[in-house]
Ligand binder design. Structure first.
Ligand code: CP3
Length: 356
């Protein structure tokens, strides 16, 4: 057996994060934060001052460097590859830009059945080769250090909402109009997106990602339970079934889905992401104890004083009640105005407080 293989095997067996994904006992509760590499870090802002968002994503050395920044500064139990959920849409035919102060914009949004028919489904190696290369670089650095790397992709619905609206959205009007009025076109769009994302995620695992997270960030903000079951569940289920080929833990993340977390969990995922809109014990009960959970501190709490943060963290941990299979995280991404000192204390506190 060569050294690399031995290292990977030992990472899989000993990483607290990967053990928690499999609901195995751990020596402390693993913690990482969604958007942990980002604007709240001065090291990140220094790189972004010189390069655009897409430039950084398309330069494997820069993406790798940013991925490592929070690990080196705060010692999280897992890294997440630096990229975004939207770049895979570019190779499908969409013209994406990250506009300063505005967020992502798609200049040629999908509006007709013909637009959906015209969407390409390029293989990941061709479409997202730069991120796969960044994963290889980071895995080579982190595997010997015993830190796992999470790969990720956007879920079909959340990506469809950007592709159709042309950017962020409040009411998802165009997306839902297309979904309700043209169910066959919706089916074609969701299948194309699921195909591209499944191939992308499987290739991330091949490149060295030891877990895969699917971000369906807007599912529950847009759709009620009956629509989730009808318009999202079949495609996320297809995707998670496909991901079983990767033989790595998978994380099924969404927000606003507290009311129907059981339906979310039914799509698949070794771990179910839980936002802050439901207490973790109640969420886990809805999910069922044969899946792990990740979350669920309100991201806003990190803007308060340390005593308040501690009280809220203690409440999350109390609701876990020592059960195996909890990964500490925020309920959604960290805000850019969180003090780095709070992040440092949070990571250390969770790791020390749960140490056994
Ligand atoms: O978690 C991580 O650290 C990995 C990197 C990551 C980013 N985006 C970096 C990013 C991940 C996993 C994402 C996912 C993502 N991107 C989602 C799903 C997760 C979520 O937060 O709901 C969504 C909906 C997007 C789309 C997106 N990208 C938006 C709406 C924006 C603009 C809003 C904002 O926060 O500025 C982005 C830009 C983006 N993606 C930034 C980062 C660090 C900010 C870019 C910058 O200005 O430097």
């Amino acid at each position: 057996m060569n050294t690399a293989v031995t290292d990977t095997q030992s990472l899989i067996e000993t990483s607290t994060f990967l053990r928690a994904c499999r609901r195995e006992p751990v020596d402390h509760t693993p913690i990482w934060l969604m958007r942990q590499a980002g604007r709240y870090m001065p090291e990140y802002r220094a790189i972004r001052a010189k390069h655009s968002m897409l430039e950084v994503i398309r330069t494997p050395e820069l993406a790798a460097e940013i991925t490592l920044q929070p690990i080196n500064a705060f010692g999280m139990d897992a890294a997440i590859i630096f990229s975004d959920i939207l770049p895979p849409l570019v190779g499908m035919g969409l013209n994406l830009e990250f506009v300063k102060g505005e967020g992502p914009v798609i200049y040629n949004p999908i509006r007709t059945v013909a637009d959906i028919e015209a969407l390409q489904t390029p293989p990941a190696e061709e479409n997202m080769g730069f991120t796969l290369e960044a994963i290889r670089l980071v895995a080579a650095e982190l595997t010997p250090r015993g830190v796992p790397l999470i790969g990720f992709a956007g879920a079909p619905f959340t990506l469809a909402s950007y592709a159709i609206e042309g950017g962020g959205s409040k009411n998802y009007e165009k997306t839902k109009a297309l979904m309700y009025q043209y169910p066959d076109a919706w089916d074609m769009l969701m299948r194309k997106l699921a195909t591209v994302q499944a191939d992308y995620l499987l290739n991330q695992a091949k490149a060295g990602a030891s877990a895969l997270q699917l971000f369906d960030s807007w599912a529950g903000l847009a759709l009620g339970m009956q629509d989730y079951v009808r318009y999202i569940q079949p495609y996320n289920t297809l995707l998670f079934a496909e991901l079983e080929k990767a033989k790595v833990p998978t994380i099924n993340f969404s927000t606003g889905t507290a009311l129907y977390l059981d339906e979310v969990a039914a799509c698949g995922g070794s771990v179910i992401g839980v936002d802050w809109r439901i207490p973790l014990d109640l969420a886990w009960e809805k999910v069922g104890f044969n899946q792990a959970v990740q979350g669920n501190l309100d991201p806003t709490v990190l803007l308060t004083d340390w005593e308040t943060v501690k009280t809220k963290v203690d409440d999350v941990l109390r609701r876990v009640n020592g059960r195996s299979g909890h990964i500490f995280n925020l309920g959604h991404g960290i805000f850019p105005n969180v003090p780095t000192d709070t992040v440092k204390r949070l990571v250390a506190y969770v790791q020390e407080q749960t140490s056994r």
